[in-house]
Design a protein around this ligand. Structure first.
Ligand code: ZN
Length: 133
């Protein structure tokens, strides 16, 4: 892992949140993207080397909708950039981390993604992401 790629924030209304994060970061989001398989709509802001990903659930059984029901809006996950996601998954499994999807999924912003269970990492949902070439 070589940097925090982005921080994912669960929001109820992405258009409202876009306005707030535009004020906060002093710039517009650079893309909006739906990830059908996860039932979410996302928007991305850059902040130096890292990004902020806002996520709104698009259905009642979306993981984001369920997260907000349980915990309210807020930080949902931290994503780390990796160069070789499969090697990193093997390493983390050996270290005892619980991998939620061993086969990388196609995530937002042109990335292969794998999630680690929050119980493995003191309550933080961890995403590994690798650029899709
Ligand atoms: Zn993410």
């Amino acid at each position: 892992m070589n940097k925090i790629e982005h921080i994912g924030i669960a929001v109820k209304n992405i258009e409202e949140a876009n306005k707030v994060y535009k004020s906060l970061l002093g710039q517009e989001h650079y893309k909006t993207e739906a990830v059908e398989s996860e039932g979410v709509i996302t928007s991305f802001f850059t902040c130096g080397e890292s990004k902020i990903e806002l996520l709104e659930g698009t259905s009642p059984d979306s993981p984001i909708t369920r997260f907000i029901e349980k915990k309210g809006e807020g930080i949902h996950h931290i994503a780390f950039h990796v160069d070789d996601i499969r090697t990193e998954v093997e390493r983390l499994k050996k270290e005892g981390f619980r991998v939620l999807n061993e086969v990388p999924k196609r995530g937002a912003d042109n990335k292969w993604v794998v999630f680690l269970h929050p119980k493995s990492s003191h309550g933080v949902l961890v995403e590994l992401c690798q650029e899709i070439k």
